[in-house]
Write a protein that binds this ligand. Structure first.
Ligand code: F3S
Length: 424
């Protein structure tokens, strides 16, 4: 791999042991990928937390040891300096305030808070959400980033037109300290062109339908790049957030184009950029039903737990949930958790949404989600959610069964304790 003088200086340890370890990792990683060089980045979104029981022993040696091992793959414990790149924390396993409701132990919650304080002082911004683009981290078109978290990556590439691969804990840890990431994959213009044309033959408008479309397409195209045409109504941040998260769950979609909507596709021709179309897919009522049935694995209509906010809810989603719950009470047999970034929970508090949801018997949570934390209300067997991603992962990870539907279906399930959703 070709390195600049500045990069060689970091690798040789002239700028400290942490940067030497970080550069060593990036060179090994880049060479394994066949990258010929690194690219500068000033936007890193990674996981720098110590919120799992498995990190307990390591954390006893201090948070330099945690970063060295988990974020730099370094056998040597290095002192962690201030980050070079703008860096933010993605989602964690623990809500710093509601950890008791999650069923997290106090010592683990303390460990996370101490880690946050340590890494925060070193320049890692504690957004603690899988949707950094909802709380101020909005890279511009063409900006090279180093992001983890599949739903954020597909949003970054497709909707924002910024450039990132799906990075890991180690590569983001190294990128944050060096301002570099291997130049390959989605950093390269030629790799961002469409591969599959998707003709949408029925109206896709609400959030649930965008989730179903994404879930269906992910299974078919896997990690290739679909280009959507047809009856996709003007999407919004929320709809594209759900679409991308679903496509990145059932498959490995990291980028898509919607001509006249996403920034690298003013037309179908531009979306393909001269690529031959590998396949043309139709999405109609039969495909929509397949996606719906694949997501709804539950048979028991008694719902123990309703999870809303995967990816983390925007403030208007929290507002809608509050309006649907106002003056009502959720079933004694059901629990409701509403997940939103911590910065937006502050807004929800000030707007009174948190109180309305709380008075109805629900909880507004931040910093985490059940799929990441592996924590749900005790005894949960059946979950209902408006997220294709959460409906995909929770059964696989925790063994619960899932219902997937609209936010209204889910609120109805929370109020009655029964699932009555279905395809219109
Ligand atoms: Fe975010 Fe957790 Fe869903 S990380 S995208 S809320 S599975």
């Amino acid at each position: 791999m070709k390195l600049t003088d500045q990069e060689k200086s970091m690798l040789q340890g002239e700028q400290g042991r942490a940067k030497a370890r970080a550069m060593d990792l990036l060179v090994r990683y880049g060479e394994a990928l066949g990258a010929e060089r690194l690219v500068e980045t000033n936007n890193v979104a990674g996981a720098f937390n110590a919120s799992t029981p498995s990190v307990r022993e390591l954390a006893k040696k201090g948070f330099d040891a945690v970063y060295s091992e988990l974020n730099l793959d370094s056998p040597e414990i290095v002192e962690v300096p201030h980050m070079v790149a703008n860096t933010c924390q993605l989602i964690t396993g623990i809500d710093n305030e509601r950890w008791r409701i999650q069923g997290i132990s106090e010592d683990l919650a303390d460990q996370q808070k101490q880690a946050e304080a340590y890494f925060g002082r070193r320049g890692i911004n504690m957004f603690a959400t899988c949707t950094p683009y909802q709380v101020g981290n909005v890279p511009v078109k063409g900006e090279h980033c180093a992001w983890m978290e599949s739903s954020a990556v597909v949003y970054c590439n497709s909707v924002l037109g910024a450039r990132t691969n799906t990075e890991g804990k180690e590569s983001t840890g190294a990128a944050a300290l060096t301002g570099r990431i291997p130049y390959w994959g989605y950093h390269v213009t030629e790799n961002r062109r469409g591969t599959h044309l998707v003709e949408v033959e029925l109206d896709v408008d609400d959030i649930m339908d965008w989730g179903l479309l994404g879930y269906y397409l992910g299974e078919i195209v896997d990690d290739e790049i679909p280009v959507l045409t047809g009856r996709c109504h003007q999407p919004s941040l929320i709809k594209l957030k759900h679409f991308g998260a679903a496509a990145a769950s059932s498959g490995g979609v990291e980028m898509y184009h919607i001509p006249e909507v996403t920034p690298e596709a003013r037309s179908i021709e531009e979306a393909f950029g001269g690529n031959a179309i590998k396949d043309t897919l139709q999405y109609g009522a039969a495909e929509r039903r397949i996606a719906y049935e694949n997501l709804n694995c539950a048979t028991d209509r008694n719902v123990d737990f309703v999870m809303l906010g995967c990816p983390h809810n925007s403030i208007d989603q929290v507002s809608l949930i509050a309006s649907l719950l106002e003056g009502r009470k959720i079933s004694l047999n059901t629990q409701l958790w509403v997940h939103t970034p911590r910065a937006l929970r502050e807004v929800a508090d000030r707007n009174g949404y948190t109180s309305i949801i709380g008075e109805a018997g629900g909880v507004v949570m931040s910093d985490t989600c059940p799929a990441i934390s592996r924590h749900m209300p005790r005894g949960t067997k059946v979950v209902a959610t408006d997220s294709a991603k959460q409906a995909h992962y929770l059964p696989a990870i925790t063994g619960v069964s899932a219902w997937f539907g609209s936010v209204r279906d889910c609120i109805e399930a929370a109020l009655t304790g029964r699932w009555n959703g279905g395809l219109a």
